[in-house]
Structures are given as structure tokens and as C-alpha cells.
Design a protein around this ligand. Structure first.
Ligand SMILES: [Zn+2]
Length: 75
């Protein structure tokens, strides 16, 4: 799930019960900065499938039982 606020762009894993997220802060958000956030998330291993986002520990190709729910940004 993606959420954009005036000073941050955040991507949260859409896998059930997974706490992983990645967030980028901005002084002032622009569309360009949000795009850069999503590009960086993709480089870091996040997957975007049918408008749902999955962290690197939750490859959407694997059954949910095999996910380790361990993104790089577990809180
Ligand atoms: Zn996850």
C-alpha cells in the first residue's frame, strides 16, 4: 500500500500481518520525489502486483506460508 503525505512517501507491505515498510522523507513532496521513492523500492526488491506492494521478504510468487515477512525496514 502506498501513502503519500506532504513530507513523506511510504510503501507498506500488503502481505497479511507483515510489518515491513519503506519510507522516504521530503522537505516538500513532489510527484518526482514520489516516483523516485517507488523506483528505489523496486531496486531494493519490493514487488508491485496489481496495485498491491510486497516487501523483499514476501515474494508474491511464493505461497504466504513461505514468506519470512522480513523486509529491509522491519520496525
Ligand atoms: Zn512483507
Amino acid at each position: 500500500m502506498r501513502s503519500t503525505r506532504p513530507t513523506t512517501t511510504q510503501t507498506t507491505c500488503d502481505c497479511e500481518d507483515c510489518p515491513s515498510f519503506t519510507i522516504t522523507g521530503h522537505y516538500r513532496r513532489t510527484t518526482e520525489q514520489a516516483d523516485r521513492h517507488h523506483q528505489q523500492a523496486a531496486v531494493d526488491g519490493w514487488a508491485d502486483v496489481e496495485l498491491r506492494d510486497y516487501c523483499p521478504g514476501c515474494p508474491p510468487a511464493l505461497p504466504v506460508e513461505e514468506h519470512d515477512h522480513a523486509g529491509l525496514w522491519v520496525a
